[in-house]
Design a protein around this ligand. Structure first.
Ligand SMILES: [Zn+2]
Length: 110
């Protein structure tokens, strides 16, 4: 990764590492760090802590053969398509991640 790419991604969401298995992802991830899980030539999951900071993990399926699936348009800074819309134990979290920034659509409490 070049220095200019790093500077441009400073303080923004980005993919910081690539692992072979979801089991290898650390229990705690820093905010704005996303982990790509997959093999040498395929992406399987994108894992990160939800930007709502209420302590729940987001695991997005990147396998287009399964529904729903997401596409990584850019890794550094991170752009994900389409938006993430999740109902979890804390409530609803609906947001876009574009150019490493989160734009909230809706955030509700349970
Ligand atoms: Zn959340």
């Amino acid at each position: 990764m070049g220095i200019l790419t790093r500077l441009r991604a400073w303080g923004r969401w980005k993919i910081t590492s690539r692992l072979r298995s979801v089991a290898d992802v650390p229990e705690r991830l820093p905010q704005r760090h996303a982990i790509l899980v997959g093999g040498i030539d395929f992406d399987k999951w994108l894992v990160f802590e939800c930007p709502c900071r209420r302590g729940h993990r987001v695991v997005l399926n990147l396998d287009l053969g399964r529904w729903p699936s997401w596409r990584i348009a850019s890794a550094i800074p991170l752009t994900i398509q389409p938006s993430v819309d999740e109902e979890s134990s804390v409530g609803r979290c609906h947001y876009f991640v574009r150019k490493g920034r989160v734009r909230w659509i809706e955030r509700t409490n349970k």
